[in-house]
Design a binder for this molecule. Structure first.
Ligand SMILES: Cc1cc2nc3c(=O)[nH]c(=O)nc-3n(C[C@H](O)[C@H](O)[C@H](O)COP(=O)(O)O)c2cc1C
Length: 333
């Protein structure tokens, strides 16, 4: 299960609710092997929405403990995603929006981060990982995709710094690698470190280099999704049966020796099995499929049909999961 924010369930304190606990427990009970809990914000001023779950204080540990205990009871491995939205922080969260380099486009603007701010945010990620560990989770996933702060650092479209955190790919990945190494040195080898990276950051060739850089700095798992801009999608061979994002994951996996999670548009057990059986992926992540059917994995094992995502133009879960028409179908039955 890839990370998916459950919008509309928390409040501005960013605390886990009973709905979150039930939601994740149901997916663990449904046979999901690895659950990546939704993006948790490492800083209140870096939230992607003002009701996003937080991990910026020790007060957030208790709620996560409740989720992980219930999921472990059903045998799932549980990690949580850490995020800072950077220039994608909405105005109603913070008026002082940060970016690796000054950014202005349409209604979005952000100022260049000072070096001390970079060091502070590195520490925020590491402290947040320590809280995750304290809560009893099996590890963390660092969110370095989808145009959020670490994706902005990775992308030459945004990061024009000239001070060692910008320039070459290894410099653009320096903050990410410092976070990974910091987590490893404070928590040790018992913490799984997954990194969600952009496969097109901005090109697939960059994605391959980013994957190799992350492997070299000690990441355990790469989770390949989209980068900063959807305008820079790589060409996909004719007849390729998955999305361009899944294509990036498959291609990057050929260039690294650590496990890779392939994601995006995988709806049916057959689609997931094909990736695994043909050595194209180490993990097949099923996002919206698991929102609409918590029993997805058990059904896949026993050969039953899953309750399909209805492919709404804009997924209702971005507003409130309780409005998802496919989930309503399940309840009505
Ligand atoms: C409601 C919703 C919330 C999401 N929240 C996150 C998130 O917190 N972090 C993240 O990296 N991706 C997030 N995503 C992206 C998913 O992890 C996944 O990559 C995407 O849904 C594509 O996979 P799918 O086709 O199996 O749904 C979200 C997607 C949805 C639909």
């Amino acid at each position: 299960m890839p990370p998916m924010v459950c919008f509309g369930w928390s409040s501005s304190d960013g605390l886990v609710t009973q709905e979150h606990i039930r939601h994740y427990e149901a997916r663990a009970q449904g046979g999901t092997g690895l659950i990546i809990i939704e993006a948790l914000s490492v800083k209140p001023e870096g939230r992607l929405a003002n009701t996003q779950l937080g991990i910026w204080s020790d007060g957030h540990i208790e709620g996560l403990k409740a989720i992980v205990q219930r999921c472990h009871d059903h045998g799932a491995v549980v990690i949580a995603q850490l995020n800072h939205a950077g220039l994608k922080t909405p105005n109603n969260v913070s008026k002082d929006t940060l970016s690796p380099f000054e950014y202005r486009k349409g209604n979005t603007s952000a100022r260049t981060m000072a070096l001390e701010e970079i060091h502070r945010i590195k520490e925020d990620f590491i402290l947040s990982a320590e809280r995750i560990h304290e809560a009893g989770l099996d590890g963390v996933e660092i969110h370095g995709a989808h145009g959020y702060l670490l994706s902005q650092f990775a992308s030459s479209l945004v990061n024009k710094r000239e001070d060692g955190y910008g320039g070459s790919i290894s410099a653009r990945m320096r903050l990410a690698c410092e976070i990974v190494k910091g987590i490893r040195s404070r928590i040790g080898d018992h913490c799984i470190i997954s990194y969600r990276m952009g496969g097109n950051e901005p090109s697939l060739d960059d994605g391959v280099e980013i994957g190799k850089t992350l492997e070299a700095c000690g990441v355990d798992i790469l989770h390949v999704s989209a980068g900063f801009s959807d305008d820079t999608t790589p060409p996909v061979p004719d007849g390729f049966p998955y999305s361009w994002i899944a294509y990036c994951g498959i291609e990057i996996r050929k260039n690294v020796n650590i496990p890779v999670i392939v994601v995006n548009g995988i709806r049916t057990p057959k689609q997931a099995s094909y990736l695994l059986d043909n050595n194209l992926a180490d993990f097949a992540a099923v996002g919206r499929g698991l929102l609409t059917d918590s029993e997805w994995a058990n059904k896949a094992r026993s050969g039953q049909d899953v309750n399909p995502c209805l492919e709404c133009r804009r997924c209702q879960w971005f507003e409130n999961g309780n409005k998802c028409p496919a989930v309503l179908v399940v309840f009505d039955n």
